[in-house]
Design a protein around this ligand. Sequence first.
Ligand SMILES: [Cu+2]
Length: 306
Amino acid sequence: MTACALLASPALAWAQSADPKPWQLNMGKGVTASSQHAYDAHMVALIVCIVIGIIVFGAMAYAMFKFRKSKGAVAAQFSHNTTAEIIWTVIPVLILVVMAWPATAKLIAMYDTRDSEMTVKVTGYQWMWKYEYLGEDVSFTSRLDRESDRIRQSGEKPDLAKNPHYLLDVDNELVLPVNTKIRFVITADDVIHAWWVPALGWKQDAIPGIVNEAWTDIKEPGVYRGQCAELCGKDHGFMPIVVRAVPKEEFQKWLAGKKPAPAPAPAVPAAPAAPAEAVPADGQAAPAPATDAAPTSEPAAPQAQA
Ligand SMILES: [Cu+2]
């Protein structure tokens, strides 16, 4: 019943902070649809376990108390009961199907990176991350903040009051817009790392020579912290991740500020005839590119003006 109530009120679920609390018992709900789905699947499984536990242990306790030897109970002597065996096979199968059906659908959705609005390439290095906003000409590295690094190297005892995010802060945060489907392509340059921000609801290996995919759609602005989740060398514990989710307009402003200043445009005479001629040639070669030909001819006009 609690699970039903939780499923019915997704708005409430976003209210929980992404950072874990001391003595927090349950898993966090996170701030994305994927993390919410993982949380829901976890709660459904937990409730099913609790109900089964209460029924089984309740029946055992009842039977032991009610039919105890001192009351003159005599054990039955049968060894098989086909009806009981069918029931205790069919019911668990049904429970498993009921749990697996939505879990599978959510798992498939977690890997569906289609229709994303932007792509961020994440590269793991010993021991930092590099972020590239593909197609935006913006990229930077992100590594442990200098204050955390100084404390850890000095042997000083870190003070949680003074440095609440000791070892969980970086110099350059990964800034992302909220309510945007963001695709990640994740790889590494030296050894295997794993990019993991629990509030987003997934973890993805960063493997040299392989490009893994993932996506997210953050529902509420905030700062979400994570860490490398694959033992990658001596400083594995010192390559945290910080995601700052901001409203779309703020993100666009931030991105514009990060872009390199435009180079002075070389004086090239406009040649609008060249792309126009190429279009019919492609169209004759194969029927498929004909659909591409129409959109490409449209942007040709503004290019010629510029
Ligand atoms: Cu690592």
